[in-house]
Design a protein around this ligand. Structure first.
Ligand code: CUA
Length: 326
């Protein structure tokens, strides 16, 4: 009851995705996030207890038993200012320290390993499998109930990998590997967000995290490893022609085609993702058309140029092609 009221009150002060269950450290859906949420509530309870005791004592000596204060000021100062914090704070500190051992524990032995690299406002994703890496981008899929190790890096500047509902933050550095283990406990879609100011579109550097049943995840990873499907229908075929004649394949890979660029996100299965532009837009034909023609307006200083010269029909065909890359 009190949690709900408090979250509601906080939400009024700062409305936005940070306070929805999709991206909330207070609605944990992972082992590490649950420990951090517990830590928050225990610290809050400790702070409330200390606040009530201090103010109760202050009220007592200034309102209830006023005469005792001048005579026994020294005693009250010791009780209020020294004894109470000296009892409450070490208890909270000890509790916090007991949680530390479990944080940042490695992934499961023989478990799934994924590499995520922070790029200029998007996320390069590669799952490590015995058959080789499975390349993806801007979406992380994880099996529920399993411990996945995520190895983190960055291309140019420091980013920070943060999925509030699953775990704490971990910085991503150029030239150095950090890691975090994610153990989701609930299926669902969550939101990750870069948590380190990394440039003009830092706030637009987000991603979706899809936590799936283990079998569904396995099937998804197999599909993700495969090549792109052939464009179906006239519009999609015209869109594919636009894609190749505009040189999109110089920066993007669509496996199974001549497009093998590695500068931008892999688009082999881009139509099957829940968002485009690193959780900037939904995966719809309108959004694809908008994105290809107004890239820098939608995401300032993004490396991809805007293809403003595309006609409405060309942009729509291109969108149909990309949307079909499930
Ligand atoms: Cu990447 Cu902020």
């Amino acid at each position: 009851m009190r949690r709900g009221a408090l979250i509601g009150a906080t939400g009024l002060l700062a409305p936005g995705p940070a306070f929805t269950a999709e991206q909330s450290a207070l609605h944990p859906a992972g082992v590490e996030a649950a420990a951090l949420a517990d830590l928050f509530w225990v610290m809050l309870a400790g702070a409330v207890v200390l606040w009530v005791l201090l103010n109760g004592a202050f009220f007592y000596v200034t309102q209830v038993n006023r005469r005792s204060f001048p005579r026994r000021a020294g005693e009250w100062i010791i009780i209020l200012g020294v004894a109470l914090p000296a009892v409450v704070l070490p208890v909270l500190l000890a509790y916090g320290l007991t949680l530390m051992a479990d944080q940042r524990a490695p992934g499961a032995e023989g478990g799934l390993v994924a590499h995520v690299t922070g790029e200029q406002w998007w996320w390069r994703v590669a799952y490590q499998t015995p058959e080789g890496p499975v390349i993806s981008a801007n979406e992380l899929r994880l099996p529920v109930g399993a411990r996945t190790e995520v190895k983190l890096g960055a291309r140019n500047v420091i980013h920070s990998f943060w999925i509030p509902a699953l775990a704490g933050k971990m910085d991503m550095f150029p030239g150095r590997e950090t890691r975090i283990a994610l153990e989701p406990t609930k299926e669902g879609v969550f939101r990750g967000q870069c948590a380190e100011l990394c440039g003009a579109s830092h706030a637009l550097m987000a991603f979706k995290v899809v936590v799936m049943a283990p079998d569904a995840f396995k099937a998804w990873l197999e599909r993700e490893a495969g090549p792109a499907i052939e464009p179906e229908g006239e519009a999609a075929r015209r869109g594919a022609a636009v894609f190749f004649s505009e040189g999109c394949g110089a920066c993007h890979t669509v496996r199974g085609t001549a497009a093998t660029g590695a500068l931008g996100p892999d688009l082999t299965h881009v139509g099957g993702r829940l968002s485009i532009g690193a959780a900037t837009l939904p995966t719809t034909a309108e959004a694809f058309a908008d994105w290809t023609r107004h890239t820098g307006d939608l995401k300032p200083e993004v490396a991809m140029p805007a293809y403003r010269h595309l006609s409405d029909d060309e942009a729509a065909d291109l969108a149909t092609y990309l949307l079909g890359l499930k």
